[in-house]
Ligand binder design. Structure first.
Ligand code: URA
Length: 437
């Protein structure tokens, strides 16, 4: 088969055959297809879409392109369940939800992604913890999940390698925002991880990949229907991405905020609402709880009792990170040499969150090219919420940068991304509706 014929077919709006899609998947996984052909097909799919059958074939094909995990003989006394987000800015939910769910009795083998487009990636954030190995061998991964209850790692070379390559190429070719490609990317990893159940966090708003509420609902339905084809029980919670989630955006800064949350020292209420809603949904979907209030209570107690923090520390050590990290993260995380508070005057009314994510890329905290090394220390802290009255005391955010020039650029980009006005405003609720199959 000539791959140019496959590209031409999709370019001209035809439906690809299962053989053509499998040819694509093999060429991705064994790297026989060059990046320019992969990106051409990705762009053709982006422009012309895929039928449900095409997307399902791509998903299942990519999920089988490497090792498929099986937990049935691991002797686990709880469900194997995970959460995945469609991508946002400031989204550090995974570092909180995984240990909370583990403290509630779930087993969470979380295989996360790197930054994609303007959004941050859990794997990159985890690498801000010195020594933490985001690519352990399968035996280590399995043992950590078994003994601690959770392991947050990155995509290893042998798990859904076809997605790993396609993801890296989409990241830098403006081909991310496609319902079939997002569906196949997310589910191929999750099916390969051998889960019993999956809760999706589908983002809605200016920082989400889907431009409208209706498109986010379409994405949620596509993921749920495709997951059903692979017998993976899935539900979705739509959550707000019209502003940064929590008070930080940037790799090490988000880890610091996550540790303050686990210490129960500072829990931003919007972040907390998302974590609790998703974690409670994990308990409901797996039948660990049948009542939402009880599920929420159980998740909350996992934080206030310190049990979730203990699980995080155990996971961190088991994956090579420092002991006692939750209590002492400040000793270990890299700090940017330049910090600068950005001030404005009036109420923060709206944020172009995609532009904030792109400002982090400009600071060096996200990639412009495949494989680029990141500066994990840069980003924004003290990020104001929509509705905040900004003045000389309360900044829009504090920039963390490698140089004064970078800080000046980030300040300009941040001010351009934010609408500040004289009249008071209120933010929309952070947790929208739940969608199930
Ligand atoms: N997360 C993924 O893993 N893949 C996407 O395409 C988008 C979000």
């Amino acid at each position: 088969m000539l791959f140019t014929d496959v590209i031409r077919a999709k370019r001209d709006g035809a439906e690809l055959s299962p053989e053509q899609i499998r040819f694509f998947v093999h060429g991705l996984a064994d790297e026989s297809l060059p990046a320019e052909q992969v990106s051409s097909l990705a762009m053709a799919v982006f422009l012309n879409g895929m039928t449900f059958e095409e997307a399902a074939t791509l998903t299942i094909g990519m999920s089988r392109s490497g090792t498929v995990l099986d937990w049935s003989d691991a002797g686990l006394d709880g469900p194997v369940v995970d959460k995945h987000s469609t991508g946002g800015v400031g989204d550090k939910v995974s570092f909180l939800l995984a240990p909370i769910a583990a403290a509630c009795g779930c087993f969470v083998p979380m295989i996360s992604g790197r930054g994609l487009g303007h959004t941050g990636g859990t794997t990159d954030k985890a690498e801000a913890i010195p020594g933490y190995n985001t690519a352990p061998d399968f035996e280590t991964f399995r043992n950590v999940v078994k003994s601690v209850g959770c392991a947050v790692i990155g995509q290893t070379a042998d798990l859904a390698p076809a997605d790993r390559r396609l993801y890296a190429i989409r990241d830098v070719t403006a081909t991310v925002e496609s319902i079939p490609l997002i569906t196949a990317s997310i589910l191929s990893k999750k099916i390969a991880a051998g889960l019993d159940a999956l809760v999706m966090d589908v983002k809605v708003g200016s920082g989400a990949f889907m431009p409208s509420h209706d498109k986010s609902v379409d994405l949620a339905r596509s993921i749920i229907a495709t997951a059903a084809q692979a017998d993976l029980r899935t539900s979705a919670v739509l959550t707000d991405m019209n502003e940064v989630l929590g008070t930080t955006a940037g790799n090490a800064l988000e880890i610091a905020e996550s540790m303050a949350y686990l210490r129960n020292e500072y829990r931003d209420s919007r972040l907390d609402d998302v974590v609790m809603a998703l974690c409670a949904e994990m308990l409901l979907l797996t039948g660990m709880e049948s009542d939402l209030d009880k599920a929420l209570d159980r998740c909350g107690q996992a934080v206030t009792s310190g049990k979730a923090a203990e699980r995080f520390d155990e996971m961190c050590v088991a994956l090579g990170g420092p002991a006692g990290f939750v209590a002492n993260d400040g000793k270990h995380l890299a700090q940017a040499p330049v910090t600068r508070a950005v001030h404005a005057s009036g109420f923060l009314a709206a944020v172009d969150v995609r532009a904030v994510g792109n400002a982090i890329i400009e600071l060096g905290g996200g990639r412009r090219q495949v494989g680029e090394a990141l500066d994990l220390s840069v980003g924004f802290s003290d990020v104001a919420r929509i509705g905040t009255l900004l003045d000389g005391e309360t900044p829009l955010a504090v920039i963390h940068a490698a140089s004064d020039d970078d800080a000046a650029l980030a300040e300009r980009l941040l001010l351009e991304a934010c609408t500040v006005q004289e009249e008071a405003t209120r933010a929309a609720p952070v947790v929208h509706e739940k969608i199930s199959g």
